[in-house]
Design a protein around this ligand. Structure first.
Ligand code: GYE
Length: 355
């Protein structure tokens, strides 16, 4: 099925100057003829999405491509990221790439990078700083739009199946609290609750990991016997939640009227989409992790002395188990309304994807 995006969205995309995903293989050198030194502070290795993101960054900023990459895994701790950035400053890297664990708490360290004259590119999640000049540019996903897509899909699905809004008993397994991905996805759901009158039973963080997702789901199942929708803020949490549901002797699926528990997720990793194909995840909203080439395109533009957009949003899709819902209409973070196709998943689609 061909993806359908309305004209306003396309215009917005062009206006934002979306970066090409094609990485150039040409050698990149700093002004002194040496490879460009890139310090990348990564959140951690909490999810399949993160692993694909790390791999994309490492394969892009490789020696063969003319870079020296200093990679730091912060193990989901902001204090580790602060230390990594200070080390990068000391090492006088050419660029700092930062995938921030949470949005707040960056002003001081980013000021230090700015004072040292090192451009900072924020990747994936956003930073909430008092002064936007503390970073050069951002590339990532529109998490609020993702949340809204999921909520609109749920509303359209329940309506099509004749399920009353008050009969949707939802639990929300949230991401890392304070991260852009959590803030946006949680807000998308909460807006749906407000708008349609769903019964939101509980919200708790699963830290974007499978283990925590399972643990949280186990405790929610003990607390509530009427859960029929689980909104997981990433695929790994969904894997854990599905294990917990099945271990409790319940069934995941789309037939809510007959007691199945419907799982919604985000990321569309290979394993996530395989669960969509098997009917275990009803709807999976894409979050594209392949930011290496996009970050490289930004660096090349900056090296060439070009102006870059401050915010660079990535275009993303929606996949579902069946074709009950074919499109959803949702408003993005720039307040542009768009219509987004929902693609029923096939093995062929999964096989053709890079992550
Ligand atoms: O959805 C999750 C990861 O920030 C968009 O972080 C990213 C999220 C992604 O751990 O799987």
């Amino acid at each position: 099925m061909k993806r359908k995006v309305i004209a306003t969205l396309m215009a917005m995309t062009m206006a934002l100057g979306m970066m090409s995903v094609a990485a150039s293989a040409s050698e990149t050198e700093g002004t002194d003829g040496e490879p460009l030194v890139i310090g990348f502070s990564q959140v951690g290795a909490e999810s399949d999405w993160r692993t694909a993101n790390t791999e994309s960054m490492k394969s892009t900023f490789s020696e063969e491509n003319g870079y020296e990459l200093i990679f730091d895994d912060a193990q989901q701790k902001q204090e580790n990221q602060l230390t990594a950035i200070r080390n990068f400053i000391q090492q006088e890297v050419d660029y700092i790439l930062l995938a921030p664990v949470t949005e707040t708490g960056w002003d001081t360290v980013l000021q230090e990078a700015k004072d040292a004259g090192i451009p900072v590119i924020i990747v994936d999640r956003m930073v909430d700083v008092s002064d936007d000049s503390l970073y050069t540019t951002w590339i990532g996903t529109d998490s609020l739009l993702e949340g809204r897509k999921a909520a609109e899909w749920l509303n359209a699905y329940a309506t099509a199946k004749g399920i009353a809004p008050e009969d949707l008993h939802i639990v929300d397994i949230q991401g890392t609290i304070g991260s852009t991905a959590q803030i946006g996805r949680t807000q998308g759901l909460e807006e749906g609750v407000e708008k349609y009158g769903w019964d939101l039973l509980a919200q708790q963080s699963g830290e974007f990991t499978q283990a925590k997702g399972q643990e949280v789901m186990e405790s929610m199942l003990k607390q509530y016997d009427n859960i029929n929708v689980v909104y997981c803020e990433n695929d790994n949490e969904a894997f854990g939640a599905i294990d917990a549901i099945e271990a409790a002797g319940k069934t995941v699926g789309t037939d809510i009227a007959n007691g199945e528990i419907l799982v919604i997720s985000f990321d569309t990793t290979n394993a996530g989409l395989t669960d969509v194909l098997n009917g275990k995840i009803a709807c999976d909203v894409e979050c594209n992790p392949l930011h290496g080439p996009r970050a490289e395109a930004l660096i090349k533009a900056l090296e060439a002395g070009e102006e870059v957009e401050k915010l660079n949003y990535v275009d993303e899709e929606i996949f579902a188990y069946d074709d009950t819902v074919t499109t959803v209409t949702a408003v993005n973070s720039l307040e542009e309304e768009g219509e987004y196709a929902v693609t029923p998943i096939t093995q062929e689609i999964i096989d053709g994807r890079a992550y």
